[in-house]
Design a protein around this ligand. Structure first.
Ligand code: FNR
Length: 367
């Protein structure tokens, strides 16, 4: 049967993948309240469509950090994609390039920055976890620069790994035939096991719990690449991120995999956008599954969105073709939403094209 929306890939992936892998991709932290909320919150935002606008030509293009892309929908970093499909990050990168959008490669990828670059032209960002050993961090960043990556996405919500109970029950570990390719051939000091079977413990052990704002400054001393700070949920941290020189902010709760009971990202977005005062672009990830979700995020001030799980699920189901289809479906739905709302370009999408529960609680009752 034909796949007609992004969500359908999750069911196929669930049937196809080993339970340990599916659970790793699907899970959120603890009660998974935020996981459900990331989706539910979108349904509390309704449209105020404008009619009789000539929508025979619709332009979805935009620029991110000065880079032109075909649509404001990009690929979020998700680790270990070769568990989903043997082509892993190669397939995702090719699909992103074909769609004319940005691929963000995870630090914990099963393909290296150089391998991803070898797939051909395209815009790529490198997601960075700052490890205790700054020498390793510097090597990772240098490699990403050399491979032509255009920005560092600095993930700041993971000083320790969130408790994903399914992973604990399954004793989640990277299958022994895969490795964390970005670490291959690096001088890892005493951390020389890139395919340690106790990966969760290993990764958690490497995370630098002392990471703080001064380290964002330090990062700027070792790279000229722009830095996007990923994992901001408050106005306070937005102001600090701008102060220390972030080039942009990604409102993210790590796909609800870190602190449970933080708000859905779409609920936190407007606070961040207001605090950013247009000084840097603000992006969002978390629960984006429909073109209408993309529109809602842009109406609340986002410059673009990133998708995580839809990529790994479609990759598991159909490899590169699956990821291409996800990007195409979201694109088509987003374009349709624009047409039916009377918007011809991203600039025409305004706050007045939506109403939220917090504007009018009687219109969009809480689910
Ligand atoms: C992630 N995410 C993530 N983030 C990051 O900065 N580095 C990483 O290595 C990973 N790895 C990862 C693996 C898996 C399986 C998931 C589901 C998520 C978080 C990711 O970048 C993004 O914030 C969320 O996935 C967005 O939410 P959705 O689209 O999955 O709902």
């Amino acid at each position: 049967m034909e796949i007609t929306n992004v969500m359908e890939y999750e069911e196929i992936a669930k049937k196809k993948l080993p339970k340990m892998v599916y659970d790793y991709y699907a899970s959120g932290a603890e009660d998974q309240w935020t996981l459900k909320e990331n989706r539910n919150a979108f349904s509390r935002i309704l449209f105020r469509p404008r009619i009789l606008v000539d929508v025979s030509h619709i332009d979805l293009t935009t620029t991110v950090l000065g880079l032109k892309i075909s649509m404001p929908i990009m690929i979020a970093p998700t680790g270990m994609q070769k568990m989903a499909h043997p082509d892993g990050e190669y397939a995702t990168t090719r699909a992103a390039s074909a769609a004319g959008t940005i691929m963000t490669l995870s630090s914990w990828a099963t393909s290296s920055v150089a391998e991803v670059a070898s797939t051909g032209p395209g815009i790529r960002f490198f997601q960075l976890y700052v490890l205790k050993d700054r020498n390793v961090v510097a090597q990772l960043v240098r490699r990403a620069e050399r491979a032509g990556f255009k920005a560092i996405v600095l993930t700041v919500d993971t000083p320790r790994l969130g408790r994903r109970e399914a992973d604990i029950k399954n004793r989640f570990a990277l299958p022994p035939y895969l490795t964390l390719k970005n670490f291959e051939g690096l001088d890892l000091g005493k951390f020389d096991k890139t395919n340690d079977p106790g990966l969760t413990t290993y990764a958690a052990g490497q995370a630098d719990q002392s990471l703080s704002w001064k380290d964002v400054k330090w990062l700027q001393t070792i790279t000229t690449l722009p830095i996007l700070v990923k994992g901001v949920l408050t106005a306070e941290d937005t102001r600090l991120a701008i102060q220390v020189g972030a080039a942009g902010i990604i409102v993210s709760n790590h796909g609800a995999r870190q602190l449970d009971y933080v708000p859905a990202t779409i609920m936190a977005l407007e606070e961040v956008v207001k605090a950013a005062q247009g000084k840097v672009p603000v992006f969002l990830d978390g629960g984006v599954r429909r073109g209408t979700d993309v529109f809602k995020a842009l109406a609340l001030g986002a410059s673009g969105v990133f998708i995580g799980r839809p990529v790994v699920f479609s990759l598991a189901a159909e490899g590169e073709a699956g990821v291409k289809k996800v990007l195409q479906m979201l694109r088509d739905e987003f374009e349709l939403t624009m047409a039916l709302s009377g918007c011809r370009s991203l600039k025409e999408i305004t706050r007045n094209h939506i109403m939220t529960e917090w504007d009018r609680p009687w219109i969009a009752p809480r689910l």
